[in-house]
Structure formats: C-alpha cells, structure tokens
Design a protein around this ligand. Sequence first.
Ligand code: THU
Length: 161
Amino acid sequence: MKKETQQFSYEIYTSVDELPAEDAALVLKARAITKNAYAPYSHFNVGAAALLNNGAIVTGTNQENAAYPVGICAERVLLSTAATLFPDMPLQTMAISYHNEKGDNSHPVSPCGVCRQSLLEYEDRVHQPIRLILSGLTGDIYVIQRASQLLPLSFGKGDLK
Ligand code: THU
C-alpha cells in the first residue's frame, strides 16, 4: 500500500484594492453583471467575467427555471458564450461573484461540481489553465491558479482513450 497526497495553494486578498488592476477590473465586472442574473427562485444572483487571450471580456450570469434542474450556473453560461463567440480562444482568468438578496455577501463563492467539470473540459480543450478569482460583494478574495485544482482525480477526455 502507498499513499499519495494532493494539495494546492491559493492566494487570499482582503479587498479588491489589493489586486492587480486587471484582476480588480474583472472582479468589479463580475459583481456588476450579477444584476443580469435570472434567479427568482434562489435570489442568489451570480456573475462571472472572463478575460480571454485575445483581450475580449465575456460575462455570464445564472439563469434559473421553474423546473429547477433546468437552471444554468453563471460559469457555464460564460463558457458557452465564450466558445460560441470566440471558438478555441483560451480564457486567462475568470472572476466569479454573487449578490445574495436574502443573506450574506461577504464570503467567496466557489464553483459547483458540475461547473468544475465544465471548467476542466475547457482547460483541456484550449490547452490553457483558467485562473479563478472568487469573491462575494465584500470580504476575502481567493485567487486559484488553475480551475482543475478544484477537481482532483477528475474524469476527463483522457479516460475515454
Ligand atoms: N450558482 C452559480 O451560478 N454559480 C455558482 O458557482 C454557484 C451556484 C447558481 C445556481 C443557482 O441558480 C443559484 O446559484 C443557487 O444555487
């Protein structure tokens, strides 16, 4: 028997003012775009903004549905939009934030399991890691170097060979 350990480190900033200007701008875009979320059921409005290698910024918001499982997270809306507008263009950084109408807004949001799988596929497909910047409207901001770090021992296209 042998044991393996998986670990990763991430950066914690205490406010947007501590971030490099380009990252700060992306976080502010993610926060601002939460106003376009359609979240009448959860009242949890998520916004995502990504900087692509070509300099374009693509945004996404969660879009819910009365049939709850039909709803789509902001991150996957963003990835689908990016792939449609700019096929094969890698994403450098994605900022994700939220406005919780009924509760706390001061801790970082982290992508759900389904979104982690989608982010992993995107990294694979364009051969470039996606940096993540996770925040609420206030409070700590986490910077993670590659989205796939959030999904260790993942299943991916390599498994289908
Ligand atoms: N949601 C996202 O859009 N992204 C996340 O990272 C977490 C959750 C959405 C799904 C649903 O519309 C609402 O937030 C509450 O779960």
